[in-house]
Ligand binder design. Structure first.
Ligand SMILES: C[S@@+](CC[C@H](N)C(=O)[O-])C[C@H]1O[C@@H](n2cnc3c(N)ncnc32)[C@H](O)[C@@H]1O
Length: 220
């Protein structure tokens, strides 16, 4: 089955012998890729909606992987089971992901590894998880068609980060990979457009964006 570059890169971050819970699996293409790639990986593919779960069921059946991937219908981490050590959540807004983790904070704290690919509010997610005793183990920028996505790996433990680390991502800053410039040039442009649209009396918002624009310009 064909998998896009974003999901492939997420799958390649999963360690051998992991027991994964994929929250919001949709078609379960990631889970199929994972268990085909490594016979020691096990996965629970879960989704809040029946439609996606039915398409996941068909795909898993077509690949004859029913004994490797368990399907669960449910909200966020409600589908967790004790064997799970790695939780993957991708293709959702950052605040939605924070909501899922907050709703089941006890379970969140039991997880060893989170592999998360939020569409937005990445900084909020980094702050939330570091406040809850996780550190940023890795970060990737991945291009898929014309979009660039962030993939973040969190592991249990404490580390201190600067304002700049939270904004850009400590690992992305360290690596300064090929996509860094392209990604933050787009981020800069979107802030400049927003700055022109925001009314003058939105002082706090304008101040925050102005500071971010300065930060990006310094780094590029
Ligand atoms: C845009 S799709 C992303 C699919 C896949 N994870 C990916 O990255 O391509 C989002 C999926 O998350 C599911 N979803 C949204 N909120 C959820 C929640 N609170 N718990 C479980 N699944 C959720 C939706 O039903 C949908 O199938």
């Amino acid at each position: 089955m064909k998998i896009n570059n974003r999901l492939k890169q997420i799958g390649d971050l999963v360690e051998a012998n992991s027991f994964c819970l994929d929250v919001g699996c949709d078609h379960a293409l990631l889970d199929i890729y994972l268990v085909k790639k490594n016979k020691n990986i096990k996965a629970i593919a879960s989704d809040i909606a029946e439609g996606p779960l039915n398409s996941a069921k068909e795909n898993i059946k077509r690949e004859k992987l029913e004994d490797k991937i368990e399907l669960r219908l449910g909200n966020g981490l409600d589908t967790y089971s004790n064997e799970v050590d790695t939780v993957i959540i991708s293709g959702m807004g950052g605040r939605n992901i924070i909501g899922i983790l907050k709703n089941n904070l006890k379970i969140t704290k039991k997880i060893n590894t989170f592999i998360l690919s939020p569409n937005n509010y990445q900084e909020d997610l980094k702050r939330f998880l570091t406040k809850n005793s996780f550190y940023i183990d890795d970060e990737l920028l991945v291009k898929d068609s014309k979009f660039i996505y962030q993939i973040l790996v969190f592991k249990k433990g404490k580390k201190k980060y600067s304002k700049k680390d939270y904004f850009f991502g400590p690992k992305l800053l360290e690596k300064k990979g090929l996509l860094f410039k392209e990604y933050y040039t787009k981020e800069l442009k979107s802030r400049e457009i927003l700055m022109n649209l925001l009314p003058k009396n939105f002082r706090l918002k304008r101040y925050k964006i102005k500071k971010e624009i300065e930060l990006i310009k310094e780094e590029l």
